[in-house]
Design a protein around this ligand. Structure first.
Ligand SMILES: [Zn+2]
Length: 195
């Protein structure tokens, strides 16, 4: 399904354009009331992460991330090499989070909420975050936000590397992701991240 069709699914372009420009906020509001049945629907609906990152996760879950350039004005790189770790694999499965770079980031993030494991491929990680989205514990809420912001920030890093040959060190990226989540979660949930 093309990005255009996904936008149709949300109600058409006129519902996501603000002043003639693509509005992430409008898409986000649409996603909050998204009723199409997909296993990861709750991850999108019960998610307090930034609208932009929820949208990127939504595209990733639809396996449409690489061609989101029409919306995001990003170009598509046609090399088969992952620019983050130089492995010969640039699939979504690899990028989130089998990749050496993104896996290191995700592992560090998970360790902050006392989960000790390596990153797996995207399908597995998506299943995991779906399970969390069905729970309403503090840890689960924070997990969903961390996952969403990590997908988004890794995606941004991938683009910065391709277009500006710039790559943030994993420790700094982890701090930024934590900052983004702490800024948006409630006081009680925030304690998990700053304790
Ligand atoms: Zn990689």
């Amino acid at each position: 399904m093309a990005t255009r069709e996904h936008v149709q699914e949300l109600g058409g372009w006129h519902t996501v354009l603000g002043n003639g420009e693509f509005s992430i906020h409008k898409v986000y509001l649409k996603l909050r009331t998204y009723h199409t049945w997909v296993p990861w629907r709750r991850v999108i609906k019960n998610n307090k992460a930034t609208p932009r990152s929820v949208f990127i996760l939504w595209l990733a879950a639809h396996k449409r991330l690489a061609t989101s350039d029409r919306i995001m004005k990003w170009n598509v790189q046609c090399s088969s090499i992952c620019k983050l770790c130089d492995a010969a694999n640039k699939s979504i499965e690899h990028l989130f989070f089998e990749c050496q770079y993104s896996s290191a980031v995700w592992m560090q993030i998970l360790s902050i909420i006392n989960i000790c494991r390596r990153g797996n491929g995207f399908s597995h990680e998506l299943q995991e975050v779906c399970r969390k989205a069905h729970s309403n514990t503090r840890r689960a809420r924070v997990y969903v936000m961390l996952f969403t912001e990590t997908v988004y920030m890794v995606w941004i890093q991938r683009n910065l590397k391709i277009f500006q040959n710039n790559l943030m060190q994993t420790e700094r990226l982890v701090r930024e992701i934590i900052f983004r989540v702490t800024a948006r979660c409630n006081d009680e949930d925030r304690l998990l991240l700053i304790a």
